[in-house]
Design a protein around this ligand. Structure first.
Ligand SMILES: Nc1nc2c(ncn2[C@@H]2O[C@H](COP(=O)(O)OP(=O)(O)OP(=O)(O)O)[C@@H](O)[C@H]2O)c(=O)[nH]1
Ligand SMILES: [Mg+2]
Length: 455
């Protein structure tokens, strides 16, 4: 039931200076006043009140009560926040006191879901708030914070308005079926459609960067033993996580961490050096390395330039064939012994070649710039541009674009207005999925269930 009053601990579990218990719903103030004994008889919205915090008539803590009156609150309902000391036990005790006064325990994401239902947030903004909370890199934070402020929603609203005008235009013509769309009207509609198509196209393209930032790119470092894969891995993580030795076949298990490189989020795996091996454990490691190649979207193929290429290096190039591969030529601090011909071959099979010395921590910026360019991150201002950042939004924009192009085709080839209209309406309803003017209950539930309780 929507008008039930809900409550939860909104701060992270664990010991801290302070914690916040949030209450939302019609009875929020009435409940909060029974739990926090503050001096003033009237609690005004958006002011802080100090008071004793009670449970079953006993004072258990003291803290601050803040009241946000509907509709000027996060959820759009009456909201009270009780700020108490941040111990695990005391926070739980304050929550229990609130629940004992009639509030119901909130489920995961229920506050945000209410904000969405009450029209305080669009669906893409609600999703972005979840991403702000989950952000682990600077790019993720900048992008999700911008989308949470409504950058994408504003763009969708703008495109949507142009589409509605177009639809109105088309309807006006359909109402007079004997008349064809006049040439002038056809021209106006075509240029309005061009605008819609170009905006949808740039939104669709933005997913390359949006996905690289938000969802992350599965990336594997591969190469023959001793090429310097683990050294590169440590350089990118800026931490000595993987074991580095001069013994060929050091790495066996696949080691994985998330790292931010050139603005992209890489889910980076260090793998065992690939070669013919008789060692049982190493053989398993090599199998796993090959499996990683199959499931990765980006490869860093490491070659040791200090020695002449071997058949293992050719095998690495074979694995890179047809994949997104960046060649990383390592050990530039040593004289080059790898052949020019082999470097040329690398150049034809890999998207880019970067020279590094993992030992001297050189080449980091070049590799970062290469990744940045590959995912078109330079073309996007993460803090201000409308960016598509998940598969749900991407499929909606792609569909809207296909239908808008269909409408343009129908218009250009002089089809009847009802055919143009049909495609335009399909395009509009696809676009409406992004901010859930047409999202199903199932989709909405799946989005909010990913939130934590208390958000
Ligand atoms: N001179 C020089 N030596 C390097 C460089 N990078 C790595 N090494 C050395 O090369 C050897 C192997 O480095 P690792 O990073 O363990 O190589 P790996 O590719 O992970 O090797 P495996 O795990 O055995 O497959 C170590 O002795 C490193 O110190 C470099 O840039 N220059
Ligand atoms: Mg290694």
């Amino acid at each position: 039931m929507l008008n039930e009053t809900i409550a939860a601990i909104s701060t992270a579990r664990g010991k801290g200076g302070v914690a916040i218990i949030r209450i939302s719903g019609d009875s929020a103030l009435e409940i909060a006043r029974q739990v926090v004994r503050a001096k003033p008889t009237v609690i005004e919205p958006r002011k802080c009140y100090y008071g004793e915090i009670l449970r079953d008539g006993d004072i258990i803590d003291d803290g601050i009560l803040t009241y946000f009156k509907a509709p000027h609150s996060f959820t759009g309902e009456d909201v009270c926040e009780i700020c108490c000391h941040g111990g695990i036990y005391v926070t739980q005790a304050v929550l229990e006191s609130v629940l004992s006064k009639g509030a119901k325990m909130a489920s995961a994401g229920e506050f945000t879901r209410r904000a969405y239902i009450n029209g305080k947030l669009t669906l893409s903004r609600a999703e972005a708030i979840g991403n702000v909370i989950d952000a682990a890199t600077d790019s993720q934070l900048r992008l999700s914070s911008s989308q949470a402020r409504g950058t994408l929603s504003a763009k969708i609203t703008e495109v949507r308005k142009r589409m509605l005008d177009l639809i109105a235009h088309a309807y006006a013509t359909v109402d007079y079926p004997d008349e064809d769309i006049e040439d002038v009207a056809r021209g106006d509609m075509a240029s309005a459609l061009d605008f819609v198509i170009s905006e949808l196209n740039s939104l669709k393209r933005s997913y390359r960067a949006g996905r690289a930032v938000c969802e992350g790119i599965k990336t594997a470092i591969i190469g023959k033993p001793n090429a310097g894969k683990s050294s590169l891995y440590n350089m990118l993580l800026q931490e000595n996580l993987a074991i580095v030795t001069d013994i060929a076949g050091t790495t066996r298990d696949v080691i994985e961490h998330t790292v931010s490189l050139g603005g992209a989020t890489l889910n980076l795996a260090d793998t065992a050096g690939i070669r013919e091996s008789l060692d049982t454990v190493e053989k398993i490691g090599i199998e796993r390395a090959k499996e990683k190649v199959a499931t990765s979207e980006l490869l860093f193929c490491v070659f040791d330039q200090s020695a002449k290429e071997t058949k293992e290096d050719y095998e690495i190039l074979d694995l890179a064939r047809g994949k997104n591969a960046i060649a990383v030529i390592n050990k530039t601090d040593t004289p080059r012994a790898i052949s020019k011909e082999f470097l040329e071959k690398i150049g034809t099979l890999c998207l880019k070649t970067v020279y590094i010395s993992a030992k001297n921590q050189e080449g980091y910026n070049e590799l970062a710039a290469t990744v940045n360019e590959l995912y078109e991150l330079g073309a996007i201002d993460l803090s201000h541009d409308a960016v598509i950042s998940n598969a749900r939004q991407f499929s909606a924009v792609s569909l809207a674009l296909d239908e808008a192009e269909e409408a343009k085709g129908a218009l250009t080839f002089g089809q009847t207005p009802d055919i143009v209209l049909f495609a335009l309406e399909k395009s509009l309803s696809a676009l409406d999925i992004i901010d859930a003017r047409e999202a199903s209950e199932e989709i909405v539930s799946s989005i909010f269930s990913k939130f934590c309780v208390g958000k």
